[in-house]
Design a protein around this ligand. Structure first.
Ligand SMILES: Cc1ncc(COP(=O)(O)OP(=O)(O)O)c(N)n1
Ligand SMILES: Cc1nc(C(=O)O)sc1CCOP(=O)(O)O
Ligand SMILES: [Mg+2]
Length: 239
């Protein structure tokens, strides 16, 4: 996103549909049909197509999550995705890796409990938008106090097909608990097994939006999938 400051980026972002671009969720058909010489080229070309489609459908945030790519590949992919997101005015975030986020000029980084701490990341990279994962109200409050700019809260529904070490479903009530604890301080997206059928319930429990892998990456028509989620979430809330 082309914006002047971190604060500006956070405020301008439409948090309602947050796509986690994880190539491992692509169908074999989509990878097979994509352009590229090697399997990795085709996978990245396919995920780029999915990201463009989702952005056309209204996704406002894209995260690169690729647990099997090398550091060099991540920087290369990150540069390409930042460029695509800039074209749509969307926020681009790298999962796990602050070094990669800085190297590819990403808008932000998303950090979980096994990644570098939010306060460390803030010290190293004061200009990056920093997202953090949370599964309960107390942890969420600590993350916001530590400097997190937004939260991913889950697993709301069953997510272990996409993330083997995801928690068991916590249910949408966890979103209301976290919102109660953090107030309107930062945006919060619900994650884990979210789809077009349950997205409205996620929003109704205080989330600013929904973060999804399969619902868009594995969809036959990712643009329609993103548009459907946007409609289900409804009007953007203040935070
Ligand atoms: C938006 C969003 N929320 C949560 C996560 C999960 O992060 P983490 O717990 O670090 O797990 P991995 O995704 O790294 O396996 C996320 N990536 N994005
Ligand atoms: C990356 C991730 N984080 C989670 C958490 O609970 O923090 S659940 C998850 C996987 C989300 O994938 P899907 O939309 O396909 O269920
Ligand atoms: Mg992580």
């Amino acid at each position: 996103m082309k914006a002047t400051s971190r604060r500006d980026k956070i405020e301008r972002t439409d948090w309602r549909v947050y796509l986690i671009a994880d190539p491992s969720a692509l169908s074999a058909e989509r990878v097979g049909a994509a352009a590229g010489q090697t399997d990795k080229d085709r996978r990245f070309s396919a995920i780029l197509d999915v990201v463009r489609a989702a952005l056309r459908g209204g996704a406002g945030v894209v995260q690169l999550r690729d647990k099997s790519a090398t550091s060099r590949e991540l920087v290369e992919y990150g540069r390409a995705l930042q460029d695509v997101c800039d074209g749509f005015g969307a926020l681009f975030v790298v999962n796990d890796r602050i070094d990669v986020a800085l190297a590819c000029g990403a808008d932000g980084v998303h950090l979980g409990p096994k990644d570098i701490e939010v306060s460390e990341a803030r010290r190293i990279a004061p200009r990056l938008v920093i997202g953090a994962s949370s599964g309960d109200a107390e942890g969420a409050r600590a993350l916001v106090e530590g400097g997190a700019d937004y939260l991913g809260v889950g697993a709301v529904y069953e997510a272990r097909a996409s993330k083997a070490d995801a928690s068991a479903p916590r249910g949408p009530g966890v979103l209301a608990e976290v919102r109660g604890a953090i107030g309107e301080s930062v945006p919060m997206v619900g994650i884990g097994g979210v789809n077009v059928q349950n997205a409205a319930q996620v929003a109704a429990h205080g989330a600013s939006g929904v973060a999804v892998i399969r619902e868009i990456v594995a969809a036959d028509e990712p643009e329609l999938a993103a548009r459907g989620l946007l409609q289900a979430v409804g009007p953007a809330r203040e935070i």
